[in-house]
Design a protein around this ligand. Structure first.
Ligand SMILES: Cc1cc2nc3c(=O)[nH]c(=O)nc-3n(C[C@H](O)[C@H](O)[C@H](O)COP(=O)(O)OP(=O)(O)OC[C@H]3O[C@@H](n4cnc5c(N)ncnc54)[C@H](O)[C@@H]3O)c2cc1C
Length: 485
């Protein structure tokens, strides 16, 4: 049943599971565990709809590359699935086999560990049954760029799709406007004893459960750990430890433009780095999408307009300024956008600010930073794609200079795929959660969502994070059965 904590202070006395955050990860986990017969609490900080009051709690400073933390997440029931685009591409086995060339280990588990959850995850995001992830164009002949394969979700809005289940599943209590503000950790037993929740009038209450799962999105999962006084006092979370580090997003780099040879179809093409490419260049993976902005076949028409503007800019001596502030694309232009893997990087990190938000929780600062290895990936993907595009006789690519000249500042946008801030590893030296998504140093605190990703590949994160949530549900279910038997 869904209750509003702002007006109904009716939390149960003790739950089997307390899940904090009701986005795709939290909703999936809560329903699985309740369906298995456990008594489950799912708390959501926001309401049923968007509100400025809740969204303001997502304010996050930025000292690195801008990743728009305030705008790229939604803080109400269903989370960011309320505006996700629905593109689904699974991880590959090779994502789990590789060690990133950055002095950090890759995944401590193999792809087979989550592959078996793919059919269930697909069903959750309503992908057509029996249909394979498919390509919209062939790959390039050189063997370095395969066709990208993906499917589009409707896109599934979790709060709408699961509204009835959240209301009616026996054993499940859902509270909206119920913000997690602290975790109380008992060092002696190694267990989180209670989560402290708050409404918007700062009424606070302790919630007790046998297991706690953070599912508040990749930034807030780390924020909650960093904010817990008792986890810090016990040394489970330390100021310079791994919590909040290795933030990764997928990079949308403005690679450049292209013109097609006469007669080529202007439909969008999507390419994906082959495993051979990644191994040859020791680079990350990436998607390159080649789009002709409008179905204008006669490229010459826009070329004329551009030539006119170019002459005007040069004649008035303003070419460089105009290029800097107003380099925009026009109908008929071919543009290359990307979704490129960022390697884990300790210096790309979240830290706490001195200020507190309206419900008394310290706010975050994000320092999103790329490494030389990421510039290398971008350069390899850009230059090789341009070469192969020409060799395949499709047309010509004009790369932006910052793609191959890594000294120049890069122009890129984030994809809002927040990953890595509580990464999975074999030991606390390299991560925050173990192979079962349990926080190192605790006996009953787990994490769901893409914050646990050890590497991000170039696959969209939501369907894979559901595979992990389903795996975690199975693990917790079995563990509880074993301890209560
Ligand atoms: C514009 C856009 C397009 C996207 N398109 C795609 C796409 O095509 N494909 C893809 O795979 N991914 C896409 N994504 C990413 C996708 O939305 C996320 O991967 C997904 O929503 C993450 O799910 P989650 O449950 O881990 O976190 P969230 O969806 O962020 O949910 C977290 C929940 O926790 C709640 N919460 C936060 N703090 C607290 C607190 N203190 N107490 C209680 N509750 C709290 C929030 O209100 C929210 O409901 C897109 C994202 C954006 C912004």
């Amino acid at each position: 049943m869904i209750k509003d904590y702002q007006t109904q202070k009716a939390l149960g006395e003790r739950y089997d599971f307390c899940i904090l955050g009701a986005g795709p990860a939290g909703i999936t986990l809560a329903l699985r565990l309740a369906e298995a017969g456990w008594r489950v609490l799912l708390t959501e900080g926001g309401g049923r709809e968007y509100s400025a009051q809740s969204q303001a709690l997502y304010h996050c400073g930025s000292s690195g590359l801008e990743m728009y933390a305030g705008e790229t997440r939604l803080r109400f029931l269903g989370g960011t699935s309320n505006h996700w685009a629905g593109r689904c591409r699974p991880f590959d086995a090779s994502d789990f086999a590789a060690t990133p060339p950055v002095g950090l280990p890759g995944w401590p588990i193999s792809y087979a560990d989550i592959e078996c959850y793919l059919p269930q995850a697909r069903a959750i995001v309503d992908l057509p049954e029996g249909e394979d992830f498919k390509a919209i164009n062939p790959g390039l002949d050189g063997g370095e760029f395969d066709a990208d394969r993906f499917l589009l979700s409707t896109p599934t809005r979790f709060a709408q799709k699961y509204a009835k289940a959240l209301e009616e599943t026996p054993g499940l209590d859902v509270f909206i406007n119920c913000n997690c503000v602290d975790l109380e950790f008992d060092q002696g037993s190694g267990r989180v004893k209670a989560a402290v929740v708050s409404d918007y009038d700062l009424h606070r209450e302790r919630v007790q459960a046998r297991h706690f799962i953070l599912a508040m999105g990749a930034l807030e999962n780390a924020r909650q750990l960093l904010n817990s006084v008792s986890l810090r006092a016990a040394g489970v979370v330390t100021g310079d430890g791994m919590v909040g580090r290795c933030f990764m997003d997928h990079m949308n780099v403005e690679m450049g433009t292209f013109i097609l040879k006469g007669g080529e179809s202007t439909t969008t093409r999507q390419y994906y780095t082959s495993d051979a490419f990644v191994s040859e260049y020791q680079s990350g993976k990436g998607n390159v999408t080649a789009t002709v902005l409008d179905a204008v076949q006669a490229y010459g028409r826009t070329a004329e307009v551009k030539r006119f503007l170019e002459n005007l800019a040069c004649d008035t001596g303003m070419a460089s300024k105009i290029d800097f502030i107003a380099s925009f694309s026009c109908p008929g232009d071919g543009v290359l956008s990307t979704l490129i893997e960022q390697f884990p990087n300790r210096d790309s990190r979240l830290t706490l600010n001195n200020q507190k938000d309206a419900i008394g929780v310290a706010t975050l600062n994000m320092h999103w930073a790329l490494s030389d290895a990421d510039r290398h990936t971008i350069k390899c993907i850009g230059t090789e794609l341009a070469k192969q595009f020409a060799e395949a006789d499709l047309g010509f690519v004009k790369l932006n200079p910052f793609v191959y000249d890594t000294e120049q500042p890069l122009k890129l946008e984030p994809h809002a795929h927040h990953m890595g801030t509580t990464r999975m590893a074999a030991s606390p030296e390299h991560g925050v959660v173990d192979e079962q998504c349990k926080v190192f140093g605790t006996a009953n605190l787990h994490i769901a969502g893409s914050s646990i990703f050890a590497t991000g590949g170039a696959a969209n994160p939501t369907m894979p994070l559901l595979q992990f949530a389903l795996r975690l549900a199975d693990h917790l279910n079995q563990q509880m059965k074993a301890t209560t038997a």
